[in-house]
Design a protein around this ligand. Sequence first.
Ligand code: TYM
Length: 331
Amino acid sequence: METVLSGIRPTGNLHLGNYFGALSNFVKMQHEHNCYFFIADYHSLTTHPNPENLHNNVKMVLAEYLACGLDPNAATIYIQSDLPETAELYLLLNMNAYLGELERCTSFKEKIRKQVENVNAGLLTYPTLMAADILIHKATKVPVGKDQEQHLEMTRNFANRFNHIYKTEYFAEPVAFNFGKDLVKIPGLDGSGKMGKSEGTNNAIFLIDEPDVISKKVMRAKTDTGPTQQNQQKPEEIQTLFDLMKIMSTPNTLSYFEDKYNACEIRYGDMKKQLAQDIITFTSPIREKIKEIASDNAYLKKVAKIGAEKAKESGAKTVKEVREIIGFKSF
Ligand code: TYM
């Protein structure tokens, strides 16, 4: 049995990228392994949400986790700040993390470009906090999307460095995990790369989006005037639609539109209508469950409490052992 862990920052509602990158893989593993899924609210402070949003977002994301099939009886579902031991492990790992490697991290470089007015130390040390999340439960498998690959590599470096410095084999190496052989990157609807919460509202399809909103977003996606040669290579925005269709629609539907494209007979309007319909069919039951669970405060409170207790049991043990390894001793 392996220990599996993953998490999502509560900076907005969950979108299809979060679902297919992290959640769906985790849900498949939760009954066979020792599983932790948490809400990374400390991490969300690197982009400074205001206090009202912070709690509401955490609550919404918890409801969304449950609606997507995370089972509190199988997995430990918890909120990062309910396990403050994480912050201590983060501090200890930071002592052996070097400025150069943190500055070279792709997500740091991206963030300092995007939020020039708020280049805080939390952004720089984001990867050590993430390593603390993973190592505190000694997780070895981490279901994530492609964008997290480098963070996992850094976590392995921090774990190995800790073992080396303190002459121990305490931490095992965690790996980014997906059931398919490759980590996934779900494209955003604007054809500019990945689906993300901060890429503008028309880029992402959120699990909570109503059918008319989904239709509008998909119909608005950029297309070109169509192929002029048979089997022509697809430009990025067109490839995006096909990539989304590959995930959301049946293989028959996908090959129907592939054939139409290759024969220069594609009607993008028809393709988008079909894609929107398939997304709506997929998200509708989840959306209804999110609404139901989000209105049940007592249930959410119970889930968070049980999760915090279970997380504490595992996290406090690790931090105690790490303190002993480093040499902190009580008189
Ligand atoms: P976050 O909140 O940006 O994203 C949460 C998860 O969703 C995946 N994801 C995607 N996967 C595929 N295609 C996309 N377009 C897409 N967009 C998002 C991400 O890869 C991620 O798995 N640093 C993490 C949160 C975190 C964490 C951890 C994850 C903190 N500590 C420990 C795992 C283990 C983050 O910002 O994810």
